[in-house]
Design a protein around this ligand. Sequence first.
Ligand code: NAI
Ligand code: MG
Length: 368
Amino acid sequence: MSTASLLILAGDGIGPEVMAEVRKIIDWYGAKRDLAFDVSEDLVGGAAYDVHGVPLADETMAKAQAVDAVLLGAVGGPKYDTLDFSLKPERGLLRLRKEMDLFANLRPAQCFDALADFSSLKKDIVAGLDIMIVRELTSGVYFGEPRGIHKEGNERVGINTQRYTESEIARVARSAFELAKKRGNKVCSMEKANVMESGILWRDVVTEIHAAEYADVELSHMYADAGAMQLVRAPKQFDVIVTDNLFGDLLSDAAAMLTGSLGMLPSASLGLPMENGRPKALYEPVHGSAPDIAGQGKANPCACILSFAMALRYSFDQGAEADRLEAAVNQVLAQGIRTADLMQAGDTAPASTSQMGDAVIAALDASL
Ligand code: NAI
Ligand code: MG
């Protein structure tokens, strides 16, 4: 692997706590697998506001643009709730997403054997589940014009517009096909081509990109409502699902709950390929800064650790090492070493954040 640069933005609340465990894992890969990362750290969110008076300094933004991947903890906290909208910690994260043009949001739903009981579905439906939802993140009905609330006659009308250009669909489709090649080689595209013109275009463009560039990947299409049903009926039929911003928002949240705790959910946001072929990328846990447990050593570091596993697979082409890290997490859970959020009736004392990280390191050592 050519030298890989990583920018760590730990952020607020439990962000720095879970990121400290990821640091141990990055160091392990450097020492034991000869995967050298050029790691730098900087501030985002409230932590950046405290020092710079803004939730993301220009220098930090420039660094994020220059590295191979950004790893982010979480931002926000009650201390910053009264700040002006433009200074809120979340604006730091939004600026990163916008200026890096991260249009493909990757949300895996992966069931760890030891946690199959946490799912709201029957164990055999979710055991071994490993799917990836790719949600278009920068266009669609959340951004389309015209929008607003206005008066028509004597009543108010609320308007939002679902708008997709061909190139916006093409680039997220390419991201999905590229991912599928590193996974199960299968993409299911979801829209509502039966009732929406934007859905017809979506289906056409995905079909064209597939035929021209990815004919060796298996492609299917599904209406998003039928897809929602299939997702809870038989989720294992899917590998990669690609869909628009609105449907992806709903489908990814639903899929997340197939596998249990917020403390286990990683994510990635990808943009266009850079000169070295790697996509612009930001990896982060789905959860927030969890002020209710911050500073107590209770946070589950797995979501952040698994976000790093995604970086290994999707930014650095280290699929086997990503598998190794995911297997280590699975093994730790199977051993009954769990943070408080994963405790069940009858379990003994929970592991602390750092005990969990150390256990993952021990499992990695054992894998050699
Ligand atoms: P949250 O995700 O921070 O917490 C929700 C619940 O899940 C809390 O009870 C928390 O203790 C628990 N939880 C979350 N992550 C956990 C982990 N790793 N281990 C164990 N338990 C965990 O969402 P909430 O409470 O709505 O927001 C708190 C702050 O985080 C707010 O300021 C919010 O704006 C911000 N936030 C930031 C996000 C980000 O940085 N991407 C995403 C969501 C919220
Ligand atoms: Mg949502």
